[in-house]
Design a protein around this ligand. Structure first.
Ligand code: LLP
Length: 386
């Protein structure tokens, strides 16, 4: 055992694989429940897109959270893991007819709708089944978030959501329809957000919109503020549990919830990122002209975040106590972007050493691909490796 890793067990397993520390996951979930319990009407849905591993989903379901799904496949994964259908919200800018029908068949809690054409299709498909679908509109609050450009979503013009100017119109259209019921407003400004000021800006915008609707005597039962709370990628050991206290307190303090309104959250990364590590073996240590490379058996096919978003995942040599040396840590894929980190200090690296890429529980395993005809990474939980 080094740190919290069962190294001897790891040595028996084929690498690369994802390792999920269930103690960290359970403590994270307990913290979410403890913090939301302070506020009567807060309701958290786990964003399945972050990690749909069945073992992880089961633990999340046991904690009582609902789910946020963005595809028919995610709805199926959630149902299979035992989430009750009335705790499922279904979002996504391009829902196919079969996916909408699946949601209708399960009587899910709500569809987060992103355009009038989509609303029309939901109304038609619900009518064909003799049902009424709950819908919330995803409104672009035009609030920027201080995060990577690829993962901000709340600006006025992008493929997501409906503009604030069109909000009244879509609500009017929905109220004329027989097979949809308007129940809420949905927002999401981005991901990996650490500046609470960004969430305050969202609250201010929601307050403005609510005042406008109230003036028109329109009642909104549910407000959904999306996900986005970031985690500490630099210090997974020091801060394994994100700052849920400040996050929920920000909303409690800033968002003017009306009586009988429920406030929904869709947290993905903050729930699962810190419990997961990608465990990889060193294939070769190669001397370059000016630097040395540690070549791993894991690559961008197993964890794409560094290649796609220049994301940093803390790397640790969990099988060496040697003095620190500096390495470029790379994968085996035939792409020059297949680099996990440059000039990283690691305990002296040898062929066969195990390297842990930390904070990889969110958008890690789920984004893996079989490019280069590689096998998908395996997965183990700490419960299985005792
Ligand atoms: N709700 C909506 C509408 C979303 O679009 C997202 C994430 C979430 C909730 C969950 O956000 P979270 O709490 O995880 O920040 N693959 C990227 C992240 C993409 C996030 C997309 N939307 C990454 O690896 O950083």
């Amino acid at each position: 055992m080094k740190g919290n890793f069962p190294i001897d067990k790891f040595r028996e397993l084929r690498t690369p694989f994802y390792y999920y520390d269930t103690k960290v996951l359970r403590e994270t979930l307990a913290c979410i429940n403890q913090e939301t319990a302070r506020y009567e009407s807060f309701d958290v849905h786990y964003a399945v897109k972050a990690n749909a591993n069945p073992k992880v989903l089961t633990i999340i379901r046991e904690s009582g959270l609902g789910v946020d799904c963005v595809s028919g496949g995610e709805i199926r994964a959630a149902i299979k893991a035992g989430f009750p259908a009335d705790k499922i919200v279904f979002a996504g800018v391009g829902k196919a007819d079969w996916e909408i029908e699946l949601g209708l068949d399960y009587n899910i809690f709500c569809f987060n709708v992103e355009s009038i054409p989509e609303l029309e299709v939901i109304n038609e498909l619900a009518a064909a089944k003799g049902k009424v679908a709950n819908v919330a509109f995803r409104i672009n609050p035009n609030v920027g978030a201080h995060t990577h450009a690829h993962i901000t979503t709340g600006l006025a013009e992008n493929k997501f959501g409906i503009s604030m100017e069109d909000m009244d119109k879509v609500i009017d259209v929905a109220q004329e329809m027989k097979n949809v019921s308007f129940v809420g407003l949905h927002f999401h400004i981005g991901s990996q957000i650490l500046d609470m000021g960004d969430f305050v800006a969202l609250c201010n915008r929601v307050n403005e919109l609510q005042d406008k609707l109230e003036a028109r005597h329109i009642l909104v039962k549910h407000i959904n503020v999306g996900g986005g709370l970031g985690i500490d990628y630099d210090h997974p050991n020091r801060q394994p549990i994100p700052d849920f206290k400040s996050y929920f307190a920000t909303y409690a303090g800033q968002l003017k919830l009306r009586p009988h309104q429920t406030l929904h959250f869709e947290l993905g990364r903050a729930v699962v990122a810190q419990c997961g590590s990608l465990i990889s073996k060193v294939l070769y240590v190669k001397q370059g002209t000016k630097k040395q490379f540690a070549i791993l058996d894991a690559g961008m096919t197993d964890l794409i975040r560094p290649a796609l978003y220049q994301a940093y995942h803390k790397m640790e040599n969990i099988t060496s106590e040697g003095t620190k040396e500096t390495y470029d840590i790379v994968g085996p894929i035939c792409e020059s972007s297949d680099v996990f980190g440059k000039a990283i200090d690691l305990n002296r690296v040898h062929r066969g050493d195990l390297i842990a890429l930390r904070s990889a529980g969110a958008y890690g395993e789920i984004m893996a691909s079989s490019y280069n005809c590689r096998e998908l990474p395996g997965s183990y939980t700490s419960d299985e490796l005792v």
